[in-house]
Design a protein around this ligand. Sequence first.
Ligand SMILES: *[C@@H]1O[C@H](CO)[C@@H](O)[C@H](O)[C@H]1NC(C)=O
Ligand SMILES: *[C@@H]1O[C@H](CO)[C@@H](O)[C@H](O)[C@H]1NC(C)=O
Ligand SMILES: *[C@@H]1O[C@H](CO)[C@@H](O)[C@H](O)[C@H]1NC(C)=O
Ligand SMILES: *[C@@H]1O[C@H](CO)[C@@H](O)[C@H](O)[C@H]1NC(C)=O
Ligand SMILES: *[C@@H]1O[C@H](CO)[C@@H](O)[C@H](O)[C@H]1NC(C)=O
Length: 558
Amino acid sequence: MYTFMVLFLSSFRTVSGLAIEKAGTVESVVTSVVASAVPLATKTSKSSGVPDYFQTTLGQFEGPTATGDAAFLAETNPAPFPSKSYIPVSPLETQVPIEGNSNDANIFQLHGELSHYFPNPDGWGVEELPLPPRSYISYLHMLHRHGARYPTLRSPAPTLAERLATANGKFDEMQPLAFLNSWTNKLGVEILVPIGKQELFDSGTLHQYMYGHLYPNNGSKIIVRSTTQNRMTESAEYFLSGFFGLQWPKNASLELIIEAPGFNNSLAGYFQCPNANKPVNQGGLNATHEYVDTYLVDAAKRFNTWSDGFEWSTRDVFAAQMLCAYETVALGFSSFCGLFSYEEWLGYEYATDLSFSGNNAFQSPTGRAVGIGWVQEFLARVKHQTINEPTAQVNFTLDSSTTTFPIDQALNLDFSHDTNIMAILVAFGFTQFATPLDPTKQIPHELVVSRITPFAARVDIEIISAPEPISSTRTRGTFQYVQGEPTQYVHFILNQRTLDLGRNFPECGSRSDGWCELNTFIKVQEKMLEASQYEYACFGEYDAVPYGTLGDGVPMGG
Ligand SMILES: *[C@@H]1O[C@H](CO)[C@@H](O)[C@H](O)[C@H]1NC(C)=O
Ligand SMILES: *[C@@H]1O[C@H](CO)[C@@H](O)[C@H](O)[C@H]1NC(C)=O
Ligand SMILES: *[C@@H]1O[C@H](CO)[C@@H](O)[C@H](O)[C@H]1NC(C)=O
Ligand SMILES: *[C@@H]1O[C@H](CO)[C@@H](O)[C@H](O)[C@H]1NC(C)=O
Ligand SMILES: *[C@@H]1O[C@H](CO)[C@@H](O)[C@H](O)[C@H]1NC(C)=O
């Protein structure tokens, strides 16, 4: 079957080639999911004949959309800082001096899921190797997170912000918290901040360079999928503007899947997984709180000696670290950032990692279940089939028709959320992120949220067609093929670095390029729906167990 596809695809490329050169949390997923579910606008579709899911201006189910105050970085940026020469902002101010930061590390890359996008500087444990001559990329399956945004409605950061905004005058004028005497909360709610738009435009541009050749789509527009939430829709639109230009509606139809409780949506899988939103799935948040009560004790003491009539708990101080991250992306600079030592920023990242690990990944009872719907869609697409029966949380109405679920598109672009992308990696079975963390002290670990799902994170899954099997021990410049049939491969790239499939899926075998034969990978993945225990994990009754008890993203004794 796949041999046939390789031949078929080669001719497809030639033809099109002639025509033109051708992608919760610490802030409690539980609250955020429920809070952001309230549809603010429920305008009904005009009788235009175009179904709702292809209309991008209805504004239904778009979630909270309060915008914040405009930034004024020219006024608020205190740079140059003592002992640093002036470095123009680009556009965020990240030169803030941090106590104990001897190597000039970037604390803005220790902000967990609130980090401005950066490619993982260290890679995922395998070397990137180039495409061998005569092989080509035939399909891309991209999963992209939305860009930098304002805080989630009613989460810890805006809750602290509300208290601080009414506490002017309660802070020692001679101490570092003095700025709070005149501080106001300038943050909006949930929608993209300026740099969040840029992240997506930049990524669209990058993807045009990387994969632009996979378009045109055999003469028709591609279907691109996002959700109805305002920031999700806009992220897709900014991406497409970067990829195609402002005339992108001529090249792509944007399909918006309803994101609200009670609806099936593989791009927001927690809504059709009730247990994911209950205390039974709060082990990560509990572990975060345990760790916050350890690493922020000194900071809370410090803050309290600088305050009179305002009491700081360790969790308040944790929320102040979040305000640093949010103000930085929204306003360009935040006075909260310099209040913490480098050690405390390492602690912040670790606290976030604990949360994702326990609420959304292998230490969560619903880790696999929440992400499994998208994995089923991936499998259907690579097998060129629609979804044939209701499966996990996919929207069967949409996925059973090629009008809304194309099965032959070379360029597949989907947009989703941080926790959902994490769950999808778990549902695939990337066990390199499965090691439980220790909630009492930092231990070495690979589940580092700022590197997996920063703002505008992206998973690029390439399907590669090779004329013969590619040597599994190849290096740069050695002979790359072994004799045999045309073979297809899958290559996973997370935030611009290759994931090692052989390490995560022993069936793939050890390969120097981290790829896996597509047929093998499909066989491995065909077992994952069962492994996720979707029904029991999402709808079953089971007891909460302490963080660290679970290790496979499913409940105990399922
Ligand atoms: C491209 O279009 C041709 C003619 O309509 C059709 O026969 C072929 O199946 C299409 N190929 C793909 C990959 O969609
Ligand atoms: C988008 O579609 C328009 C109209 O068909 C076409 O002129 C343009 O080249 C396409 N853009 C890209 C980047 O392929
Ligand atoms: C599936 O999507 C369609 C189109 O948006 C929508 O009308 C329907 O309510 C959705 N069904 C579920 C169960 O989410
Ligand atoms: C987390 O803590 C809450 C509150 O104490 C508790 O209800 C819940 O069962 C805990 N969850 C887990 C998985 O430990
Ligand atoms: C939504 O998902 C549920 C749970 O898998 C399933 O029973 C139902 O048929 C699905 N509905 C649609 C329209 O996909």
